[in-house]
Design a protein around this ligand. Structure first.
Ligand code: SAH
Length: 258
């Protein structure tokens, strides 16, 4: 059972995402088992001590935009944490964090409680982030979003599908891109009916009914497309050494070699 708390100024943004498809089903009890996950949204604005409901102020030192203040964030976290039995793994979505990947998603799917903090505007006052240590700072990638909400939803989606009991057939996550069952490779290509579409035939082997041949073909396809699209995934880093397959010395500038 995984409990996920999300703290945001825009909880309504989560309604359609958490209320649809796999994420919705994951939080529903059924006849045979209790729901494997639960979601708890906290509106940070509900915790402001400001009588006009303000949660942000202009930055000290000047500059554009607004900064979310410490007090409402701190009190919202305290309230959310007190609402559940286990201390959560705290997460702050920020472009300055560690980039999200399958390995991190797997680790988080094994926790019993996550608390995800979504910033907005220019971000959150640095002092409350410091005070919330230990807190894992996670980025979706090297670009800036208007808020941490979409980033939090991506994280929740990726994590929830790895929680046992969420996806029907356990093996349906096993062969997917980056997963251990596919040796960390990209997924093989998929085909469905009709067998001929606009003159394009489905590869014969998939119609052969020979499971061993199909399995071997898929493994081969996964390897070929990984080599073409993501050769970095094939390169085994030397033990304890430089992870760069070209053996680059990180101290050496590579600009001249582009
Ligand atoms: N001034 C900040 C960006 C603030 S964007 C900077 O330049 O680093 C506002 C909020 O959006 C952030 O607090 C964070 O919660 C979220 N956010 C923006 N880009 C993100 C990304 N790539 N990954 C995760 N969260 C992001």
């Amino acid at each position: 059972m995984l409990r996920i708390d999300v703290l945001t100024l825009f909880p309504e943004m989560f309604d359609s995402v958490l209320g649809s498809s796999i994420l919705k089903r994951a939080a529903r009890d059924d006849e045979v088992r209790p729901a494997p996950v639960s979601y708890h949204l906290t509106n940070i604005r509900d915790y402001t001590a400001d009588k006009h409901g303000k949660v942000d102020q202009p930055p000290y030192g000047g500059g554009p935009g607004m900064v979310m203040q410490c007090q409402p964030v701190w009190d919202a976290v305290a309230a959310a944490e007190a609402a559940g039995p286990t201390p959560p793994t705290r997460i702050y979505m920020t472009p300055q964090g560690r980039k999200l990947d399958h390995h991190l998603v797997e680790q988080l799917a094994g926790r019993s409680r996550l608390l995800i903090l979504a910033g907005h505007y220019e971000g959150i006052d640095e002092r409350v982030i410091d005070r919330l240590e230990p807190i894992t700072q996670i980025s979706l990638g090297d670009y800036v979003l208007s808020g941490g909400e979409l980033a939090a939803m991506v994280l929740v989606d990726a994590v929830v599908r790895l929680v046992p009991g969420v996806l029907g057939a356990e093996q349906s996550i096993d062969h997917e891109s980056f997963s251990p069952g596919s040796d960390g490779l990209l997924d093989y290509p998929h085909y469905t009916r009709p067998a001929d579409w606009q003159g394009m035939a489905v590869p014969d082997v998939l119609l052969s009914g020979n499971h061993a041949r199909i399995e071997a073909w898929r493994r081969e396809q996964a390897r070929i497309r990984t080599a073409r699209r993501r050769p970095d995934l094939l390169a085994d880093p030397p033990p304890g050494g430089d992870a760069d397959p070209r053996g680059a010395n990180p101290a050496v500038k590579r600009d001249d070699q582009q």
